[in-house]
Write a protein that binds this ligand. Structure first.
Ligand SMILES: Cc1cc2nc3c(=O)[nH]c(=O)nc-3n(C[C@H](O)[C@H](O)[C@H](O)COP(=O)(O)OP(=O)(O)OC[C@H]3O[C@@H](n4cnc5c(N)ncnc54)[C@H](O)[C@@H]3O)c2cc1C
Length: 324
């Protein structure tokens, strides 16, 4: 069930990163429990000394993850099969965690369901969007959740409501080792023509303003918030980093909160640009940028260089959101 030394670059949107020491692709709830039961111990990845964090880490479409070129020693799960099931209920959808967000949004549009426009042009899966509470600064997927089911590392299935999950801005308060399996989402009917128009307008504006033609992982930094007086892209621009290039990575001209892979970028190229940006923004504007993206396989020093959550000694190699 577990494969070893599996290249992650083809599985993530950035097309960057080394191998997962161990990876399993469960296609059903039974498979998932079996994968968790037989999950290998984490190993030190690449050249790095020290232990990796305990697994599992679940990978969706990799639309928000930068993987280190040295790979990752924490066992990785990629859900498929039944986890991509989609069903319409009475004013609700039940969606597997591997359902793609564009599929969900298309179905919502077709069904005339209200409240899904803000997920237009957001790549990824339902599982990744639950973990990240994907959306806009003031809306997230959890606003639509009636319940979500997650499987703990012990194989128990837990059903939680939105309140219990404590969602926040690009975060969710559930333990990072829990694997989202499926969710029931509200699908309140609205005026189909008005919904179609709202989706189209939102999508057009987003696609015009952001970068879809080159690999990226979306917004690199969380918006610093009203206290800092501006959004992340404005601070990056003001610090003179718009268009900056390192190796195969570039801060996009069109949207300074995106770092694109021009082709052949390494994880060091991206991390280096992030560290330089954060340093300049801090020195010049006094703003402390925090990464929105998930960083897998990096050393504590590398994580600290980009302001990722301080790692616990020896065991951490990701900026995992939420408690363990
Ligand atoms: C062009 C572009 C535009 C974007 N626009 C937006 C936007 O408008 N709003 C926004 O919020 N994001 C945006 N993003 C980022 C990304 O689309 C979202 O974060 C999305 O939710 C990632 O989903 P994923 O399945 O790819 O997750 P991944 O990138 O694979 O993983 C992200 C996190 O979710 C966890 N995870 C994934 N699946 C599961 C699961 N089943 N159970 C538990 N944990 C899981 C991972 O471990 C990781 O911590 C954009 C990205 C791009 C490239």
């Amino acid at each position: 069930m577990w494969e070893h030394d599996v290249p992650l670059a083809p599985l993530v949107r950035y097309r960057i990163g080394g191998p997962a020491a161990a990876l399993a692709r469960p296609g059903s709830a039974g498979d998932l429990r079996e994968a968790l039961r037989t999950m290998p111990e984490p190993v030190a990845a690449g050249q790095r000394a020290g232990r990796s964090a305990p697994g599992p880490l679940t990978l969706g479409a990799g639309a928000n993850v930068l993987v280190s070129d040295r790979g990752i020693g924490t066992p990785v799960l990629v859900l498929g099969g039944n986890f991509a099931d989609f069903s319409h209920g009475n004013h609700s959808f039940v969606v597997g965690a591997a359902v793609r967000l564009p599929t969900l949004v298309r179905e919502a549009r077709r069904a005339g369901a209200r409240g899904y426009y803000f997920l237009e042009a957001v790549p990824g899966t339902v599982g990744g969007a639950l973990r990240m509470n994907a959306g806009t600064p003031d809306r997230g997927l959890w606003d639509l959740v009636e319940w979500a089911e997650a499987v703990t590392p012990d194989g128990d299935t837990v059903r939680v409501t939105s309140n219990e999950a404590r969602p926040g801005y690009r975060s969710c308060g559930l333990p990072h080792r829990w694997v989202f399996a499926r969710a029931k989402l509200s699908a309140r009917p609205g005026d189909p023509a008005a919904i179609r128009e709202k989706h189209r307008a939102f999508r057009d504006r987003k696609v015009r303003g952001q970068v879809y033609e080159l690999p990226s992982v979306g917004s690199i930094w969380k918006n610093p918030g009203r206290a800092a007086g501006s959004s992340a892209w404005e601070t990056v621009s003001a610090a003179g980093m718009r268009g900056a290039v390192r190796g195969g990575a570039r801060i996009a001209e069109r949207h300074a909160n995106f770092i694109v892979n021009l082709g052949g970028a390494s994880s060091d190229d991206v991390l280096g640009l992030m560290a330089e940006t954060r340093g300049r923004v801090g020195r010049q504007l006094g703003v402390d940028l925090q990464p929105e993206i998930q960083l897998w396989g990096f050393s504590p020093e590398e994580l600290a260089s980009v302001g990722a959550a301080p790692p616990r000694p020896q065991t951490q190699e990701t900026n995992l959101g939420g408690p363990e």
